[in-house]
Each structure stands twice: as C-alpha cells, then as structure tokens.
Design a binder for this molecule. Structure first.
Ligand code: ASP
Ligand code: MG
Length: 423
C-alpha cells in the first residue's frame, strides 16, 4: 500500500471534538495499510485572530515577526492532533514546516516553496509513525527565517509534500463534499463534480472558485499529483482533480465544468485616451510598476471625431486606491481625460474544455444572462473560459441562471456545507 498525504483545513479541526474526529479518520487510513502524512491548518479562525492581534500592536507589522506569529496557529493544531492520535493507540509525531524540510524563498507573508527535503518525515514513517506537518509555513533558504506561504497555503504544503514523497494521492479534506459546478452557498442545486482536469480546475480557481487555491493546483499539475478533494465530515467520495479520469466510474469530460464567480475585483476606466501607439503601454506600465496584477482589459473603438478612446480594466479591490493614485500622478504624461472607479462589479465565468469544440457556448451564456435581465459590461475569453463583468447586485441570480441554462442543476439539493468557512 502506498503513501497518502491528507490535508485538513481549519474548519475540520475547529475544536477538540473536530481534532478527535479527524484523528479517527487518519488512524483508519493507517489501518488500511497506508503510510500517512497529514498536513494541518490552524484551528478555525485562529489565523484571522492572530492577524487582528498583530494589527492592534502595530499597524504594519514586520514581515518576519508576522510570519513567526502566524505559524503558531498551525503548531497548536499539529501538536493536538498528534496527541489525539496517540490517544487512539497509534504513533504520531508532529513537525513544523521547517523540520519537514519545506524550503522557501525569503518573501515574508507570501513565500514560494523552492525545495522540499523531507528526510525527517521519511524517517518518522519508516519507524511506523504517522507524520503530522504544520501547513502554510517553511523556512527561507538564505536567512533561515520562518516564512508563510500566503492565506490558504496549507493546500500547497500538502501537494508539495506529496510530490517530494512520491505519494499516491493528496487528499484535501474540507467542509464541502468536493468541487461543485458552482458555489454551493449560492446555487442550492450545484452538483458535485466526480472528476475534473487540472486545466479546468486552474481556470475555476483563477475565476473565483475558492475550494482549491490556484497555486496548489498549479503545483499538482507540474508534478502530476492527483488531488482528491473531499469532506472530513462525511464518508463520501469527493472530486478527483488529475490529468486523466480516475476511480471506478467511467467519467467523461464534461462540456462545461462549472460556473465561478468573483466579487473581489473593481473596474477602472481610463476615459479619453489619445488613440495612438504607446498609450496602453504607458497606462499598464504605471500599474505594473506598482506591482498591481490586473485581470480583464477592454479598449473601445475611438470616436472618429475626437480620436480619443476609453480603456477599462479590472483589478483586486484591495489595490484600487493604489492604482488610482498612481495613474493620477501620470495623468499629464499619459494624456487621458479622467478616471472612473467602480467597485460594485462581479465577474461570472463559465469554464470547460468542451467549449473548444462546441459552438454556441458563448451564445448560450449571453442568452442566459439576457433572459435573467443581466447586463454585460465587459467580456473576456480564453480557449476554455468565458468571463463577463456585471453589476455586483446581479451576481447570484446570474450564476443560477447560467447554471440552469447549461443543464448543470442536480435533481436533489445535494450540496451540503458542513463547516462555514469553506476551507
Ligand atoms: N491557516 C492559514 C490560513 O488560514 C493557512 C491555511 O488555512 O491553509 O490562511
Ligand atoms: Mg485556514
């Protein structure tokens, strides 16, 4: 029997009861003959509470100390989980990210994993232990400082360890039964997906689906590690994310994998831009110099009479202020007339590799929105995704309408949210 990596999110280990419940699941996997490595998140809202605490002490906490503080959350859960497992009569040892060999760059608060050297984990397994590893953290290669991988980073820890240990599968336990065709909090009739390709999952993750982080899926695809997303609250099969369909069931590639939505972005319109070479370059150079990531970009045809055009783009709301200030400073140089800022928008995306070969998907998407009375403000497409920007107020209705129009509704209300945070 092979090695499995299991990751448990904060809502699965929110209290002592949760920790004991998870310990039983882990022991069951061990009894089934697997070598088991567990990656655990901080209990419940611990990470948020630690962040609040830091901000009360200092408005801009130093990155190094901030990381030192946040990693304490995972230390608590990993030690308690090891104790709970021992209490069930099995051997377990907990390890910090650093002890587990998670080596990162030195960008505090959003470090990237550059190497994994899990020697101590191997030894612990060989000696018959279950290894428990603190998620979301590592140690920087150059300074040997403790780092964190960014919010939700435990999933990435799990996949990285699975790759380094050549695991059979990386199981991600969360508070929903898997990846759904839409956010089950919005669409009651969302269906659990049995299997989804890395490709489609990456598009869903970058379009606002929160069940898996983009970075974690990217890592899994690079090392070809199958992910099984499932609930720690039920015994059900979840969703397999991999290159090829797996499991006993013959699953076909769906035409449409799902509908994702995102309300975390805002729209900036640069009004009255001279329609000549170099203008777009100057605008987006200004944005890039401020390390702001943009998403959709649309340029209008210029009015013949004025020779002026408008350029709109979307970006994270959190970066809105910074972007406006930066552009205002360059106003004279770039030569636009004014800026408009709008944070009451939502992005709705339809994702599926099948749309490459099925004409009419775009038309069907727009028709569904029209029938629901939803106005489209921006459109962007990739080979396997269509996204539109709408009013934020319309988002839930629009997602439901599109979900129904593409035949994604399930017959039953099978989407259960067991926890509450969705992690
Ligand atoms: N505890 C960290 C967070 O809440 C990491 C994680 O949960 O994956 O972001
Ligand atoms: Mg968490």
């Amino acid at each position: 029997m092979g090695l499995v990596v299991q990751k448990y999110g904060g809502s699965s280990v929110a209290d002592a009861e949760g920790i004991k419940r998870v310990a039983k699941r882990i022991v069951d996997a061990k009894k089934n003959g697997h070598q088991v490595v567990v990656v655990v998140s901080a209990m419940g809202d611990t990470t948020d509470e630690l962040i609040d605490l830091a901000e009360q002490v200092s408005p801009i906490p130093a990155g190094r100390e901030f990381d030192m503080l946040l990693t304490a959350g995972e230390r608590i859960s990993m030690a308690l989980l090891a104790m709970a497992i021992k209490n069930l009569g099995h051997e377990a040892q907990s390890f910090t990210g650093s002890q587990a060999g998670v080596i990162t760059d030195s960008v505090h608060n959003k470090a990237r994993i550059i190497d994994v050297t899990p020697g101590r984990i191997r030894t612990a397994l060989d000696e018959g232990n279950i290894a428990i590893v603190a998620g979301f953290q590592g140690v920087s290669q150059d300074k040997k400082d403790i780092t964190t991988l960014g919010r939700g980073g435990s999933d990435t820890t799990a996949v990285a360890l699975a790759a380094a240990l050549d695991a059979e599968v990386c199981e991600i336990y969360t508070d929903v039964d898997g990846v759904f065709t839409a956010d089950p909090r919005v669409v009651k009739k969302a269906r659990k997906i049995d299997w989804i390709s890395f490709e489609d999952m990456l598009e869903l993750a970058s379009s606002g689906s929160k069940v898996l982080l983009h970075r974690c899926v990217e890592y899994a695809r690079r090392y070809n590690i199958p992910i099984h997303v499932r609930s720690s609250f039920s015994g059900l099969q979840g969703t397999w994310v991999s290159n090829e369909p797996r499991g006993d069931r013959k699953v076909e590639q769906a035409i449409i994998s799902g509908v994702a939505h995102d309300t975390s972005e805002a729209k900036i319109t640069v009004v009255g831009v001279p329609d000549k070479p170099g203008e777009a370059a100057a605008i987006f150079r200004t944005i890039a110099d401020n390390e702001i990531n943009i998403d959709m970009v649309v340029q209008n045809v210029s009015a013949a009479s004025t020779g002026l055009t408008d350029i709109s783009f979307t970006l994270p709301k959190a970066e809105g202020r910074k972007a406006i200030d930066a552009l205002e400073k360059q106003k004279a140089l770039i030569g636009f007339e004014s800026l408009r800022y709008d944070d009451q928008i939502a992005k709705i995306s339809l994702v599926g590799a099948g749309m490459k070969t099925n004409p009419g998907v775009t038309a069907g998407f727009f028709q569904a929105l029209a029938d629901a009375g939803v106005n489209i403000e921006l459109i962007s497409t990739s080979e396997i995704r269509i996204s539109v920007v709408t009013r934020a107020d319309d988002v839930n209705e629009a997602v439901r309408a599109v979900h129904t129009a593409f035949g994604l509704d399930s017959d039953s209300d099978e989407a259960v949210v067991y926890g509450g945070t969705g992690r």
